[in-house]
Design a protein around this ligand. Structure first.
Ligand code: FES
Length: 206
């Protein structure tokens, strides 16, 4: 369970001398406040102490075997929250049909790992890994599942992520919708599989 911090906009509480710490406080604070939104999908955030210790620098290994279908685990890497989502077939199907509404459906604009340049933005489509920080001003979007209690989102919302700071919306692959302030898709961190159920965040060199 995430600690609960006040929801804070970075445009109000910028601390230039320690940007990573500021960004992490903002991210965890918004994620904690938004946890109540995830009612339809059993998203779970977990911060293991060992992962906290590793987060200061090197790669972080994540065990994905305990993430249920439709669930999410959050780990800390270099002071940032990294989401690992186990997608269901329904979540994968929901990535199609709204490409014309997206800023960059093919992830061609911003620099991304080559394995993110596909509609699922993933090495394995059923597992989505992304940095949970809005590309507008650094808040952490909340998970906004299809069929969940998502105030402000349309009734036919296909599922994805919503940033409460200024209203940016992202689909289930972290692709940003048009006419919202966030300019680019959510960032995909370098990562690779270290086994069938283990992912190494921060290292894709092997
Ligand atoms: S920080 Fe402004 S929309 Fe996310």
């Amino acid at each position: 369970m995430n600690p609960t911090f006040p929801i804070t906009c970075p445009s109000v509480h910028a601390t230039p001398s320690d940007p990573d710490k500021r960004q992490w406080l903002i991210a965890t604070g918004v994620a904690g406040g938004a946890a109540a939104l995830a009612t339809a999908v059993p998203f779970v955030s977990t911060f293991a102490p060992s992962e906290r210790a590793k987060a200061a620098g090197g790669p972080v290994e994540v065990d994905i075997s305990d993430i249920p279908p439709g669930g999410m685990k959050t780990v800390e890497w270099r002071g940032k929250p990294v989401w690992v989502v186990r997608r269901t077939p329904e979540m994968l199907a929901a990535l199609q049909g709204h490409e014309s509404e997206l800023v960059d459906p093919q992830s061609a604009k911003e620099q991304q790992p080559p394995y993110a340049k596909n509609p699922a933005r993933a090495i394995k489509p059923e597992v989505f890994v992304a940095i949970g920080i809005c590309t507008h001003l650094g808040c952490s979007p909340s998970d906004a599942p299809k069929g969940g209690n998502n105030p402000g989102l349309p009734a036919d919302w296909p599922g994805g992520f919503f940033c409460p700071c200024h209203g940016s919306t992202f689909d289930g692959a972290g692709r940003v919708y048009r006419n919202k302030p966030a300019p680019t898709n959510l960032e995909i961190p370098p990562h690779r599989y270290a086994g069938a159920t283990r992912i190494l965040i921060g290292d894709d060199t092997a």
